[in-house]
Design a protein around this ligand. Structure first.
Ligand code: GRG
Length: 289
C-alpha cells in the first residue's frame, strides 16, 4: 500500500463529509472545505493509518478520526496565515483562506474545522471502544494549550526577540511536534499495540516531529515558492528565531539526517513490519514541499 492510496482515501472521506454537510450555511462549509481541498500532504492522518496498519488490517475503520486530525491541522494553517498571525497570502499553492473569504469567515472556517473535528471524534467514541476514547483524548490534548496552541502562543510572543535554544525546542515540540506525535500514538493505541511498542513509537514520533520542523525551516530558506505552495523566507520576514537562524543551514541538514536515522533505528528494532512507515520517514527527510 503506498502513501498515495492512503492520501486518496483520506481525501475521499473528507470530500464526502463536506458534500453531505454543505446543504445549509453553504458559504461557511465552502470556506472550510476550500482549505482542505486545495492540497496538503496529509502526513498526519497517513502516519496514523500506517502505524495502525502495523497492528491491525481494517484501517478503513479509523478514517473518520484520521480525517478529523487533518481538519484540526488545516484549521491551524488557516489561523496561522491570518493577518494577525503570520499574514501569509499563499498556502498549499493557492490564496490563503482569508484572501478568498475575508478575515471574519476565515476565523469561522478555522473554528468550524476544529469543532467539526471534535464532533466527528465524539461520534467515534460513541461507537468505538476505550482505545478510541484514549486516541481522541490524545488528539485533543496535543492540539490544545499544552500542545499546538501553547506552541503557537510562544511563537507569537517570541516574534522579534532572541530566544534560547531551550525555548526554540519547546516551541517547536509543542507547535509542530505534538500533533505529529499524537497521530503516531493514536494509531498505535487504536491498533492495540503492546505498551512497550507504544513507548518506542512515542519516542519515534518525538524525533520525527523535530526532524520535520528542522526540514520545514530549511525549506523556508532553500525551497521554491512554486513547489512549496507558500512564500519562502516567511520566518525571516516575521523576525522569527528558527533552527536555521540558530544553528546555520549545514548543521540543520546534518541534524535532520541524523535524527531521521535515529527514527529509522527505532523502527528497525520493532518486531513488526515497519517498511511503509520507514519509507514515509525517509520521504519526509527528502521532500522538497
Ligand atoms: C493557529 C492554533 C494555531 C496554530 C498554528 C501548525 C501551526 C500552528 C502553524 C503553521 C506554521 C508552520 C509553517 C509550522 C511549521 C510546521 C508545519 C505545521 C508545517 C505545515 O505542515 P505540512 O507541511 O503542511 O504538513 P501541508 O500543507 O502539507 O498539510
Amino acid at each position: 500500500m503506498d502513501m498515495k492510496k492512503l492520501k486518496d482515501e483520506i481525501d475521499f472521506w473528507l470530500k464526502n463529509y463536506f458534500y453531505e454537510k454543505g446543504k445549509e450555511n453553504k458559504k461557511l462549509y465552502e470556506a472550510m472545505y476550500y482549505s482542505i481541498d486545495i492540497g496538503g500532504k496529509r502526513i498526519r492522518p497517513i502516519l496514523m493509518l500506517l502505524v495502525y496498519k502495523m497492528y491491525k488490517d481494517n484501517y478503513e475503520t479509523i478514517l473518520p478520526i484520521a480525517s478529523a486530525l487533518e481538519m484540526i491541522h488545516t484549521y491551524s494553517l488557516i489561523h496561522d496565515d491570518l493577518p494577525c498571525m503570520d499574514n501569509d497570502d499563499l498556502r498549499r499553492g493557492y490564496p490563503t483562506n482569508h484572501k478568498v473569504f475575508g478575515e471574519a469567515m476565515a476565523v469561522l472556517a478555522g473554528d468550524g474545522l476544529l469543532n467539526e473535528a471534535m464532533f466527528i471524534m465524539f461520534n467515534q467514541c460513541l461507537i468505538g471502544d476505550k482505545s478510541m476514547l484514549k486516541a481522541c483524548q490524545l488528539i485533543s490534548r496535543s492540539s490544545g494549550c499544552d500542545g499546538m496552541i501553547g506552541g503557537q502562543a510562544v511563537d507569537i510572543l517570541s516574534e522579534g526577540k532572541r530566544i534560547s535554544e531551550d525555548q526554540l525546542l519547546y516551541m517547536h515540540r509543542k507547535k509542530t511536534g505534538e500533533l505529529i506525535q499524537a497521530a503516531i500514538e493514536a494509531g498505535a493505541t487504536l491498533g492495540n499495540a503492546p505498551e512497550e511498542h507504544i513507548q518506542k513509537l512515542i519516542k519515534f514520533g518525538e524525533k520525527l516531529g523535530l526532524a520535520f520542523q528542522i526540514k520545514d525551516d530549511i525549506l523556508d530558506v532553500e525551497g521554491s515558492t512554486e513547489i512549496l505552495g507558500k512564500k519562502i523566507n516567511s520566518d525571516t520576514n516575521n523576525d522569527k528565531t528558527t533552527f536555521v537562524s540558530m544553528y546555520g543551514i549545514s548543521k540543520c541538514k546534518e541534524l535532520c539526517t541524523s535524527i531521521t536515522n535515529d527514527c529509522l533505528d527505532i523502527l528497525d528494532k520493532l518486531p513488526v513490519e515497519t517498511k511503509e512507515l520507514s519509507a514515509v520517514t525517509e520521504f519526509l527527510l527528502q521532500r522538497n514541499f
